[in-house]
Design a binder for this molecule. Structure first.
Ligand SMILES: Nc1ncnc2c1ncn2[C@@H]1O[C@H](COP(=O)(O)OP(=O)(O)OP(=O)(O)O)[C@@H](O)[C@H]1O
Length: 695
């Protein structure tokens, strides 16, 4: 046992600490603790008594309900902290981990190298493994200890550093800690479950039920309690505490009436919080390292937009063909085969004969193939079995009636007009369960009937416009890509798609990376080590922007370059597509700050993207939405930007158009809203949002 440096000023002083996680049961119940400078303080207690909570409160990871903690630490690099959770970045290796924490502490590369070599050798940490996941539990614990000691800080707080460490190395660690305190005036607070090893500490705090039941040198503890071992002392004191109800009752009274004083300041905050380029460099290097390690994932996030655009292009490539349509041809009751036996009229002859056959022939030009039916009822059964999309029935004398109908001038004078009209009308029953197929089939049937008649009129030398609908339509904007009058739904769907992708991909990547860091405790450890939220976020932002630029450039090249979609206003379109990443990235910072569960984040993200796509206008035009939904549409961060992208790319609109300004306005507003939300979450929680569920 070593002598206690009792005359030193306290390096850590805890007074009246109260802590509850759930607002009901208290983990710390008015705890007092004094750690003198240049000493080892061994904190002992049964599992769950609050040791880690106390250490986390000392280093500023956990906020107190009441009480005060004062320390001799001036800056965060004065503290070396090893959390119980270890909180190491799994994808770093040994050297990278030590270099990261060394850089945060402001060490030079040379100092880091020297110190790392020493600690690696002393703590027997393997260096040949490619990342920290490949280390065993004990090896990881030793690496975590090395990270806490890398900059040789004056105050060292270690939560169970010797668990899983063999007895020889355990003794070396204790000898090293004694050396640090006695020769270098360092202060060490250490928790352990191996009670006897704390006999080497200068002072032992015995903790039970949220209070220290005793705080003294090992020698005094043994003699005052007349025990042969510290284990025996602890059992004895615990028994005494059981009998001392008074203390508990007093504490309960304070808790019940909330009469404890609220802490005037957080446990330990760095006095200078200015931006440090060395720490920023450490964060940037860490994030780039992960990009390198996650190369396949990054590649995936770049490939997903390209492939989605490519798939959307080919998925909407053509009509859903061929269609199968049942035919009941009463004009040829012996079957439509009769059509083949029929001699189709010569090109020149003006003839209405066998029009149903000509109609069926023309159907094939629209990829609609007739399936001969004996009756309408047989067809209905086939429609219900999804074997055909519908039934078309030609009445008996269809051709003759249509000729007579054409010749009716004026129709009202003819006494047989109803019969003629009925016989010249084709009956159609359609499945109608698929709105797009139903719509296209109807359009084709109209077209085919008009084409068939137009053919006859052509041969008869009659004016074609008589059989056409009395309306003439021409497009104002023609797709440059297609250069035809035909409408292509992809021209309006893909601009929405690229916008959704540019919002979603940076958001998903950012959330995944940030959430992983936060949940493994590494984010909290970095904050305790001195990284400011600003440095952390800006370094993530730099990396995210680079990845987003790659995603945006490759997706735009694919869509506007390779597939040739219209991009009449190149600068505005590309700026809109690029800017769409801003709210996505901002959201990726915000969500992990306020949600602690990976499952919840996954569900929220997926739900959010589904919701935004549903109300983006890609599935159905916004003009057709329910008025209530339309009034809420501005809540979708992709709504105005996708419309603006469509108009700038397809029509060449620029900043003089309000639609384009709305697009940019909405993007910037959402970015600002998310940034304010991040700021509020950080400021209102006093940085605790970074610390995960501990806070
Ligand atoms: N983040 C948290 N949220 C809710 N409860 C918590 C949290 N952290 C700790 N607790 C609870 O606080 C109590 C004290 O936990 P703590 O980890 O401080 O104990 P400990 O003495 O360090 O235990 P051990 O020796 O097993 O590590 C436990 O009952 C635990 O369930």
């Amino acid at each position: 046992m070593t002598t206690m440096n009792g005359n030193q000023p306290p390096a850590i002083r805890v007074r009246g600490a109260y802590k509850t996680y759930d607002g009901r049961s208290y983990v710390l119940r008015g705890l007092n603790m004094t750690v003198s400078q240049g000493t080892i303080y061994g904190l002992l207690g049964p599992s769950g008594c609050g040791k880690s909570t106390l250490l986390n409160a000392i280093v500023g990871l956990v906020g107190l309900e009441a009480g005060e903690i004062s320390t001799s630490m001036e800056t965060k690099s004065d503290l070396g902290f090893m959390p119980q959770q270890m909180a190491l970045y799994e994808r770093m290796n040994t050297f990278e981990t030590l270099s990261y924490y060394g850089n945060i502490a402001g060490m030079s590369d040379e100092e880091i190298k020297k110190r790392s070599d020493y600690l690696i050798k002393f703590l027997e940490i393997p260096t040949a493994v490619k990342d920290n996941i490949s280390l065993s539990g004990g090896q990881r614990r030793r690496l975590s200890l090395a990270a806490a000691l890398i900059n040789n800080p004056p105050v060292i707080v270690l939560d169970e550093p010797t668990v899983g460490v063999d007895p020889l190395l355990r003794q070396s660690i204790w000898s090293y800690l004694i050396h640090l305190t006695e020769k270098e005036n360092k202060t060490v607070v250490i928790t352990t479950h191996y009670i006897e090893e704390t006999s080497q500490a200068h002072k032992i705090g015995l903790m039970r039920s949220g209070v220290l039941i005793s705080e003294d040198t090992p020698k005094n503890l043994l003699s005052q309690n007349n025990s042969r071992s510290l284990e025996e002392t602890f059992m004895r004191l615990s028994h005494l505490q059981e009998c001392d109800k008074l203390h508990d009752e007093k504490t309960d009274e304070v808790i019940r009436h909330n009469t404890y004083e609220k802490p005037s300041k957080p446990a330990f905050t760095e006095k200078s919080k200015s931006f440090k380029s060395k720490r920023f460099k450490a964060e940037i290097m860490k994030n780039f390292l992960f990009v390198k390690r996650d190369f396949i994932v990054i590649l995936f996030t770049v490939l997903v937009p390209i492939t989605t655009i490519l798939c959307a292009h080919f998925a909407e490539h053509g009509e859903p063909s061929p269609y199968r349509l049942g035919v009941v041809n009463e004009e040829f009751p012996s079957g439509s085969n009769a059509c083949e036996r029929w001699q189709l009229p010569k090109n020149e002859s003006c003839d209405f004969a066998n029009l149903s056959c000509r109609f069926l022939k023309n159907l094939e030009t629209k990829q609609i193939f007739p399936v001969e039916l004996a009756s309408k009822e047989q067809g209905l059964i086939m429609v219900r079995r999804a074997e055909i999309w519908g039934i078309i029935r030609f009445p008996r004398n269809y051709s003759e009636a249509l000729e007579r109908r054409t010749a009716l001038q004026p129709i009202n004078d003819n006494p047989d007009k109803d019969k003629i009209i009925d016989s010249s009308t084709v009956d159609v029953w359609l499945d109608e369960s698929n709105v797009i197929i139903d719509y296209l089939l109807k359009l084709h049937l109209y077209d085919v009937i008009l084409d068939t008649l137009a053919d006859v009129y052509n041969k008869c030398g009659w004016p074609l416009r008589v059989v056409q609908l009395p309306i003439k339509m021409e497009p104002v904007y023609l797709s440059q890509r297609l250069d035809t009058f035909e409408l292509d739904p992809r021209d309006s769907v893909l601009p929405v798609m690229i916008i959704v992708l540019m919002f979603t991909m940076p958001m998903l990547y950012g959330i995944a990376v940030f959430m992983e860091e936060r949940l493994c405790g590494a984010c909290a450890r970095s904050i305790v080590a001195g990284v400011t939220p600003f440095e952390m976020m800006i370094s993530h932002l730099v990396v995210q922007m680079i990845i987003h630029t790659l995603q945006m450039a490759s997706a735009s090249l694919m869509m506007y370059g390779f597939l040739g979609y219209d991009i009449r206003n190149i600068p505005i379109t590309l700026t809109l597509v690029f800017t769409q990443g801003f709210p996505g990235i901002a959201f990726s910072f915000f969500l992990p700050l306020v949600v602690n569960s990976l499952i919840a984040v996954g569900i929220i993200c997926t739900g959010f993207v589904f919701l935004c796509v549903t109300v983006s206008g890609a599935i159905w035009p916004v003009e057709g939405f329910h008025p209530l939904l339309r009034s809420l549409i501005w809540l979708n961060p992709m709504r105005y930007s996708s419309t603006a992208t469509f108009h700038s790319s397809y029509k060449g609109w620029g900043l003089e158009e309000p639609t384009i300004l709305y697009g940019f306005g909405s993007l910037l507003s959402w970015t600002v809203i998310f940034v304010i939300a991040i700021y509020l979450a950080i400021v209102l929680s006093k940085n605790r949002v970074f610390l995960g569920k501990n806070a």
